[in-house]
Ligand binder design. Structure first.
Ligand code: NAD
Length: 474
């Protein structure tokens, strides 16, 4: 039998665990802070463990990175049902079928080591190579809307790039996040003999997030969440990749394929009960086709609410804060369409994917990122007015916009005006992340800091090596 480095490491690991040390063959020094399978009580302990792991990981070949990534991918796919159910049971928002799909179908689209293609210039003066090197320990803040999928997607990108990662999950999705970290770490230890490539703070709080923001061991922050945490990350002294909120508008013009527009709006807005940051949140449709679109949405899975029913739902869906401003009622976020219909005083038929109805452009459901499957449709006189209103409703986040049109000049006008990280034309929003469209997927879309749909390259330092006067072979 060939005694590979990995095999030797695995044997030592087994001996150590039989001796009851529970330590790792590579980073199991007695100074290691106490944690189990990557789960640590404090930010400091989690960072120290990830730092120790990085020291070993950085010496390993790319083949080890591939194996680590494969461990995460295969656990997500093979255990999607169990983990998806766990996430729904804990967070109580969204839909089981889509929680499972996010792990089983979306995670395999997250790119790994294969994405790190080097660049070079070869010429009379030699060769210059641009290569991609890890930062070290990355601190990741993840949202409740996709707790484990964001963690898994971030970890694949970051480990592929050679980093290790410390996660501060949302408190309402922390148990499933920690369970994922345990499973990933056990599998990675088995595969390559290193512990703690991913660590997590067991009971995350705003204080533990702040401790991660300020920790000297953290070289880069990656923050995925709403306005408050995005602002905090942008104000941090540490370099941060910020994947902030959106409020994606849809424009439908008279040239659109109305059946496709209706089907796409329903598919995107219904996905996980509209928890996706890229999910369709409000529609501006030109009056010529407005009624036809409403009829199609009603026929293809939408349940239409009357004006008084929308009023009743709005009173439940928004609460006035001490600041006198209206805020989304968290109790309704991610609820099923049938539950929203009941709040509206109605009963939706079985199989309803979204509830919807006509509102004005200044309605609370248009203004706010509601993250629930009620979609307001606004009737507008022409497409330019639709684009203007779409622009205002997006609040300058520059996150995602969707257009249904066959007119290429409208495509250009709206693309330029919205200036969004993701612009989807003639499909559901999810196509912008490679689900039914082309391209790779990430659960962290970094608009404010400009990295876009994050990939392993987002988590690399570019390094250049110039060999002067040789290494040109032609
Ligand atoms: P959230 O902002 O409530 O929480 C996100 C994370 O930030 C959590 O881990 C939370 O504990 C932490 N947090 C919140 N305030 C903080 C502060 N002041 N300091 C430090 N940490 C803080 O968001 P959520 O409800 O979990 O997720 C939904 C939001 O995230 C939506 O606005 C959605 O658009 C956005 N989101 C964006 C992307 C993207 O790729 N751009 C992806 C998913 C979700």
């Amino acid at each position: 039998m060939e005694m590979t480095e990995d095999l030797i490491r695995n044997v030592i690991q087994q001996v150590l665990s039989q001796m009851g040390t529970g330590g790792s063959a590579t980073n199991g020094s007695s100074a290691r802070p106490s944690g189990k399978d990557g789960v640590y009580p404090t930010a400091d302990a989690a960072v120290l463990a990830a730092e120790a792991a990085f020291k070993h990981y950085r010496k390993r070949p790319l083949a080890c990175r591939r194996k680590a990534v494969e461990c995460i991918r295969s656990i997500c796919v093979e255990q999607a049902e169990e983990l998806g159910r766990m996430e729904l049971d804990e967070t109580k928002i969204g839909r089981l079928d889509h929680k499972i799909a996010k792990l089983r179908d979306a995670i395999p689209l997250v790119p790994g080591v294969e994405y790190l293609r080097t660049d070079n210039w070869s010429g009379d003066d030699g060769i210059t190579l641009t290569d991609y090197s890890p930062f070290g320990v990355i601190g990741a803040i993840t949202p409740v809307t996709h707790s484990l999928p964001t963690l898994a997607g971030n970890a694949i990108n970051m480990l592929a790039a050679g980093n290790t990662v410390v996660v501060n999950a949302h408190p309402s999705g922390a148990r499933v996040a920690a369970e994922g970290v345990r499973r990933f770490n056990r599998a990675i230890r088995q595969a390559i003999g290193i512990d703690d490539l991913i660590t997590i703070i067991e009971t995350p709080t705003l204080e533990s997030a702040a401790a991660l923001f300020d920790h000297r061991g953290v070289k880069l922050l990656v923050v995925t969440g709403g306005p408050a945490v995005a602002r905090a990350a942008l104000a941090s002294k540490r370099r941060a990749v910020v994947a902030g909120p959106g409020n994606p508008p849809v424009v439908v013009d008279p040239t659109a394929d109305i059946e496709n527009a209706a089907r796409s709006i329903i598919a995107g807005a219904a996905f996980d009960n509209n928890l996706l940051c890229i999910g369709e949140k409000q529609v501006f449709a030109v009056s010529d086709i407005f009624d036809k679109l409403m009829e199609a949405v009603g026929r293809l899975g939408g349940f239409r609410l009357s004006a008084s029913q929308i009023d009743a739902l709005t009173k439940k869906a928004f609460v006035q804060g001490d600041d006198k401003q209206y805020h989304v009622n968290k109790d309704l976020v991610g609820n099923d369409a049938a539950v929203l219909a009941r709040h509206a005083g109605s009963e939706a038929p079985k199989g309803t994917e979204i509830v919807f109805g006509e509102t004005g452009a200044d309605h609370l459901f248009v203004e706010h990122e509601q993250m629930m499957p009620f979609i307001p449709f606004v009737r507008v006189p022409d497409v330019d007015r639709a684009i203007d209103l779409a622009y205002s409703s997006e609040h300058g986040y520059g996150h995602t916009a969707i257009l249904h049109s066959r007119d290429t000049s409208v495509m250009s006008r709206m693309g330029k005006r919205m200036d969004c990280t993701v612009f989807v034309i003639n499909g559901p929003s999810t196509a912008g992340l490679g689900l039914g469209g082309e391209g790779v997927l990430s659960f962290s879309i970094a608009g404010p800091t400009g990295e876009g749909v994050t990939t392993p390259l987002t988590f690399c330092r570019q390094r250049r090596t110039a060999v002067v006067g040789s290494m040109r072979f032609v």
